[in-house]
Write a protein that binds this ligand. Structure first.
Ligand SMILES: Cc1ncc(COP(=O)(O)O)c(C=O)c1O
Length: 397
């Protein structure tokens, strides 16, 4: 049964038509079966270069078994926010495990990485404070900045020198917070963490790093870019997500005991939202153990990513500053990205086009997301499809 748009919402249809005209309207597509390197989308089998399941854990039976056991033990729903009665044994075990994994005093779970970021920023700064944010930070960090009501200054992507100038300006702010992604989700490049740590120390600012795409992938133990660079002890606020390489759902903040106590008391998405179901926490717990015990997953992934970047660059593709498993093919205009994505899809390869506003105007790209499940043969198919004429489509004016 169709329900006509209420007159007060007529503007929505106009806005949607405008998105259509600009080629910017997004459509949901329905996956059949599990998330993996090969997937069924709208009934068609495709090689999947469009997931954040970097270590291939989302459909690992060990996670499903852990979740099922927790559901039997603790039920499915958690029924209340953590401070009321939603916090269960499995949450506590996972938090302790995450703190141990991250080498911090404490850790706290949120129901998503988005909630962790937005809630943490707004709990740390408010009116009269200053937050400094990389202009390419994830939407959850940007929304946290807005929610906080602190003054917000955005610095050019990765431009720590500009950040230094902003920090040097005299001001009357009570507290200052620098926030950055460690591995940028659209460009696949890395934040200059060593420089940010120095600046934060020199200027007495707090530093918060979101490791969403690096957790499980970077660092000898898979703890992220901070571990990879030996900077963990110098970053007091570390955020991770359980929704990407960890293969489950949720977010966490790792840091000192007092930081975690403060967030439990003051982060609004923590205080005013139902706790994540215990089975999700149980699956994440199983995944963190796999990440610790199976380093070949992250090592294999990063080796293959470096090889793919080398081959694509040799074919003349513009990969921006990618240095990770996220590899953009920058083609400029949105319609080119869409045509190229469609041509690849016709050849059985799913590589999404990323367009404004997700990326700035003129930086539309195809975003290749590599995972542990991709075989050498799958990568070969991608390279050949790009070489075999799809690339011309991308370059046609
Ligand atoms: C850099 C970054 N941080 C945080 C998030 C949010 O994490 P979650 O998906 O767990 O909400 C994302 C999600 O795409 C992300 O890319």
């Amino acid at each position: 049964m169709s329900s006509p748009t209420h007159a007060s919402l007529a503007w929505i249809d106009e806005e949607l038509s405008s998105l259509d005209r600009q080629g910017l309207r997004r459509q949901l597509r329905c996956r059949g079966g599990a998330q993996s390197a090969r997937l069924l989308l709208d009934g068609r089998e495709l090689i999947n270069f469009a997931s954040n399941d970097y270590l291939g854990l989302a459909s690992d039976p060990r996670l499903a078994a852990a979740a099922a056991a927790a559901a039997t033990r603790e039920g499915w729903g958690s029924g209340a926010s953590p401070l009321i009665t939603g916090y269960a044994e499995t949450h506590r075990r996972l938090e302790r495990h995450l703190a141990e994994f991250e080498g911090t005093e404490s850790a706290v779970l949120f129901s998503s990485g988005f909630a962790a970021n937005a809630g943490t920023i707004a709990a740390l700064v408010g009116r009269g404070d200053l937050v400094l944010t990389d202009c390419k930070n994830h939407a959850s960090l940007l929304d946290g900045c807005r929610l906080s009501r602190a003054d917000v200054r955005s610095y050019a992507h990765g431009d720590w020198q500009q950040l230094g100038r902003l920090l040097s300006r005299p001001g009357t702010h009570r507290r200052r917070l620098i926030v950055t992604d460690s591995l940028f989700s659209m460009d696949g490049d890395l934040a200059p963490l060593a420089e940010l740590v120095e600046l934060a120390d020199r200027h007495g600012a707090m530093l918060m790093v979101d490791e969403a795409h690096a957790t499980g992938v970077f660092g000898p133990q898979g703890r992220g870019l901070a571990e990879h660079l030996g900077l963990e002890g110098r970053i007091p606020i570390r955020v991770g997500t359980l929704s990407k390489a960890v293969g489950s759902l949720g977010g966490f903040v790792a840091g000192s005991r007092s930081l975690v106590e403060w967030l439990i008391n003051r982060a609004r998405p923590y205080v005013f939202s139902t706790a994540m179901p215990a089975p999700l926490a149980a699956a994440a717990l199983a995944a963190v153990e796999i990440i610790r015990d199976e380093p070949h997953r992250r090592e294999g992934l990063l080796t293959r990513a470096a090889e793919l970047r080398r081959l694509l660059a040799a074919e003349g593709w513009n990969l921006g500053r990618s240095a990770s498993q996220i590899i953009p093919l920058v083609v400029g205009q949105p319609d080119r990205a869409v045509r190229l994505s469609q041509a690849l899809r016709d050849r059985g390869l799913l590589v999404p086009a990323i367009r404004p506003p997700t990326v700035p105007e003129g930086e539309a790209c195809l975003r290749i997301s590599l995972t542990y499940g991709h075989t050498a043969e799958m990568l070969q198919r991608l390279i050949e499809a790009l070489r075999g004429g799809c690339d011309k489509l991308a370059r046609v004016e």
